[in-house]
Design a protein around this ligand. Sequence first.
Ligand SMILES: Cc1cc2nc3c(=O)[nH]c(=O)nc-3n(C[C@H](O)[C@H](O)[C@H](O)COP(=O)(O)O)c2cc1C
Length: 190
Amino acid sequence: MKRIKIVAIVGSLRKESYNRQLALAAKELIGDRADFELLEYHDIPLMNQDIEYPAPDAVKRVRDAVKSADGIWFFTPEYNHFFSGVLKNLIDWLSRPISDKEPQVLAGKPAAISGISPGMSGTGLAQDHLVTLISFLNMDVMNSPRLTIPNAMQQIDTDGKLTLKESYPYLEKQANAFINFIQRRMHDLS
Ligand SMILES: Cc1cc2nc3c(=O)[nH]c(=O)nc-3n(C[C@H](O)[C@H](O)[C@H](O)COP(=O)(O)O)c2cc1C
């Protein structure tokens, strides 16, 4: 079976983002079981149909990355009980057909969702909204397990680094489940 490629999409552009740190912890945990690319998309413009075709270079780059992935792992912050605007903007771009002949790149892709927030919900509310959106776009969502990490500050050290003291086993469980989920889909397609 071909080597799995996972693309991680972090819904925060903040340099020290806890969700970005969570994605990096997941990358380390996955190790050599899959290629793991953290998608950089700070340079994509706001969706504007006036500039949609031909797509800006930054949009082409993220589309190619997503197209080549066997699975997409979202790491979402929670903004006002929703996921972030930058993530919605990215998904809006990805939701559009590439051309008359090429469909959008998200359909059928296995998707996992994790998130960490300082609040009590642990991004659960944001994740529910994200599930609604990506299901509409025909992604193949792994609904269980999802990972919601509340009270983030209890797992952040004095330098702002994520320690994942209590949540590490749950991240491990989700990583293993997602690899299995992707492998089953790849097997079904072969
Ligand atoms: C506009 C805005 C709205 C927010 N709303 C919530 C919220 O609804 N629930 C919550 O737990 N945290 C909320 N927060 C705090 C974020 O969860 C916190 O800043 C978190 O660290 C962001 O994720 P990141 O570290 O990956 O950037 C909000 C932050 C911003 C900027």
